[in-house]
Design a binder for this molecule. Structure first.
Ligand SMILES: NC(=O)c1ccc[n+]([C@@H]2O[C@H](COP(=O)([O-])OP(=O)(O)OC[C@H]3O[C@@H](n4cnc5c(N)ncnc54)[C@H](O)[C@@H]3O)[C@@H](O)[C@H]2O)c1
Length: 255
């Protein structure tokens, strides 16, 4: 895809940066000239991703980080700023999927776990990014929701709760910070061909043909297509875009 964005001299922070959409977004920010901080729980994959970018000559920082632990998130964001001197863009993307369950049988521990990663992780990331951005008076944040943040699907109540949850704090913080030079938005990917979805297909939790048919465009999305939308939201091209939950879903929620 043509890298039309210019983030030269800027610093991007990406959570869940070792795989799927986070990894392709980190790659895209680096290709567009940004110094990139990659945060992820999976240390071997994190170091492999960082090595790939460093070998291409990019400025990169690998930050082992569990987003469910606010102290680790704070330390990762602080280290990004201590290393690169500023923070211009953040993609809060780390997330997990959980097995589908009848709403009458959902497990409270799994509910808590999916919210700890998918919602509290984004809350903590945004909080600590904003501490630097408000001092700077500039920045752009993109939080990862989902088509599951906009609609319901049988069997997905807990996951969808976490993804609907992302949209609330995104809007509130966006209103709070728009007058202070910081734009905050959410992205709502459709079904994207990443390791998360490949695992769901392999486990029999998702049927590929059905998932393709559910997206009017007739195929799964790619992680690169999400990366391009994140870069646009963080770029001056989106300078008037504040507090939206942007579907990037091949038409799924337009049906
Ligand atoms: N793939 C899809 O179809 C789809 C659709 C809508 C939304 N999403 C969301 O997009 C995001 C990225 O998903 P993906 O498909 O690229 O998944 P993925 O599994 O390929 O990547 C997720 C990354 O997050 C990391 N991670 C998980 N828990 C973490 C934690 N506690 N702390 C730090 N890192 C952690 C993983 O190690 C992994 O590198 C997730 O929030 C997911 O819920 C995915």
């Amino acid at each position: 895809m043509n890298p039309v964005y210019d983030f030269t001299g800027q610093v991007a922070f990406v959570t869940g940066a070792s795989s799927g959409m986070g990894l392709d977004t980190a790659r895209a920010f680096a290709a567009a000239g940004a110094a990139v901080a990659l945060a992820d729980l999976d240390r071997p994959a994190l170091h492999q991703a960082a090595r790939e970018l460093a070998d291409q000559g990019h400025q990169v920082l690998a930050l082992p980080c569990d987003v469910t632990d606010e102290q680790q998130v704070a330390a990762a964001v602080d280290r990004t700023v201590a290393t690169f001197g500023r923070l211009d863009a953040a993609y809060n993307n780390a997330g997990i999927q959980i097995p589908p369950a009848d709403a009458a049988d959902e497990d409270a521990e799994i509910f808590d776990r999916v919210h700890a990663v998918n919602l509290r992780g984004i809350w903590a990331s945004m909080k600590h990014e904003l501490r630097h951005m408000r001092a700077q008076g500039s920045g752009a944040i993109v939080n990862c929701s989902s088509l599951g943040g906009l609609v319901g699907i049988p069997g997905r109540a807990s996951y969808h709760s976490s993804k609907h949850g992302v949209i609330g704090p995104t809007g509130s913080a966006a209103l709070e910070y728009a007058p202070r030079g910081i734009r905050i938005n959410a992205i709502c990917p459709g079904t994207i061909d990443t390791p998360m979805v490949q695992d769901m297909i392999a486990n029999g939790e998702l049927d590929r043909a059905e998932a393709e048919a559910n997206q009017p465009i007739g195929r799964l999305g790619t992680a690169e297509e999400i990366a391009q939308a994140v870069l646009w939201l963080c770029s001056p091209g989106a300078s008037f875009v504040v507090g939206v939950a942007l579907p990037v879903d091949g038409g799924y929620v337009a049906r």
